[in-house]
Design a binder for this molecule. Structure first.
Ligand SMILES: [Fe+2]
Ligand SMILES: [Fe+2]
Length: 244
């Protein structure tokens, strides 16, 4: 396996590893995003077994030991499995997330105490501003949350729009169709009654880029893409009776 690096927005690097064994024959990408600033943040650590690959990829961009912040969409192995490996390598690094993630999981799982973020709190990296947006159960995980990077208009959108296969690092093409196909395959999203409304709130940010954890990054009308995804969640919720 190799980890490909692409700068998908000014100072935001996508580290992408295709794992052919997941969802064959297309495979599935696992992407981390390194947001550079005076204090760099890594969004998603990758699973523990991928740590050497991700560490080597970060080292091509900056000294890994200088990493300051570690965060992720929600608490699962591919999002945060290597969290403690990173805390070991980067002595000044802190894990940061919302109240639910800290109280339910991270106060116990993280080797150093996490830094808790309030809703709408801004993490100022020096050159980059990451606004924390709690998104409970979207697309899954009670503790789920995302960041909007305000200098570049990039939404670090975690598992939203997940798709199989190894596409380009950055696309202006359709990301909704492949996301619907993957959802039909995996059923990974919680059909929570609030999911459509939460997606519409994210759409109001009018992001210019969407940084997908599993798939290409998207540039274009992020608002329209998120509104279309909201409609698809609503359609699924109503067709299964999940809201009754
Ligand atoms: Fe996930
Ligand atoms: Fe994921």
């Amino acid at each position: 396996m190799e980890t490909k690096i692409a700068e998908i927005a000014d100072g935001i690097y996508r580290l992408s590893t295709l794992v052919p064994e997941v969802a064959p024959p297309d495979g599935f990408t696992f992407n981390q995003f390194l947001v550079k600033g005076e204090e760099a943040l890594l969004f998603h650590t990758g699973p523990r077994r991928m740590f050497p690959l991700v560490q080597a990829a970060v080292a091509r961009i900056m000294p890994p030991e200088k990493l300051r912040w570690i965060s992720f969409g929600h608490v699962e192995a591919d999002e945060c499995g290597a969290m403690n490996d990173w805390l070991g390598v980067a002595q000044r690094a802190e894990v940061t997330h919302g109240a639910t993630a800290c109280f339910v999981s991270l106060n116990d799982l993280a080797d150093r105490p996490p830094r808790m973020l309030e809703e709408d709190a801004v993490l100022d990296l020096g050159g980059k501003r990451l606004r924390f947006l709690p998104t409970p159960h979207l697309p899954h995980g009670w503790e789920a949350g995302l960041f909007h990077e305000e200098a570049t208009g990039t939404l670090l959108c975690g598992d939203l729009f997940s798709q199989v296969g190894d596409g380009p690092a950055l696309t202006g093409g359709d990301i909704l169709g492949p996301a619907i196909a993957a959802e039909d395959m995996f059923h990974a999203s919680s059909l929570h009654p609030e999911s459509g409304a939460l997606l519409r709130r994210l759409a109001a940010l009018r992001p210019q880029k969407l940084a997908l954890m599993h798939g290409p990054s998207f540039e274009g009308d992020g608002r329209a893409a998120l509104l279309a995804l909201a409609d698809d969640y609503d359609r699924r919720a109503h067709s299964t009776g999940a809201t009754h």
